[in-house]
Design a protein around this ligand. Sequence first.
Ligand code: MN
Length: 198
Amino acid sequence: MITLKTLAYDFNALEPFIDAKTVEIHHTKHHQWYVDKLNWLIAGTEFENMNLENIIINSNGAIFNNAAQVWNHTFYREGMNWQAENEKWDFTYRQAKVKDQIEKKRGSFENFKTEFTNNAIWNFGSGWTWLVKDGNGELSIVNTSNAENPMTSGLIPLLTVDVWEHAYYLKYQNRRAEYLENWRSLVNWEKVEELYKN
Ligand code: MN
């Protein structure tokens, strides 16, 4: 039985970058629906008592799609810091080991931000844009479609942004670039750093 992790912040905690209504619907409707559907699909199967990561690695089709969407949404949510303000965010980032790696790879943080955003803008249709590390600690930016998760390619996710329209449509309508610009102000770099160092 897979359960929906409780939201660690109030629905309005990501304002003004992500509006309360979007956070509420995303959590209580979309995310909950993936959890409910997954439990219904795995009941009485070999997946019933597996943890979520193992379901993702070992399944395909509808079970994979719903399991990965449960995981991806929790990961997206935990990659945002409800206390973050730009100054705190910059300070956290300046102290991070992942910063050296990003700058080594991309030249500067500005280049990285542009590249990440461009990837997310050009991620066609519904999907996710990720910062991942490989087994050698090398960073890459990857796009996935629908529920796909880079874990299935042996990569370790550090950060993700949801570019399904339901993640931004209420506030931004078709303006995905503006959503991404604002989402960047919420990135929980402490979490990224923790995952990078593990
Ligand atoms: Mn979503």
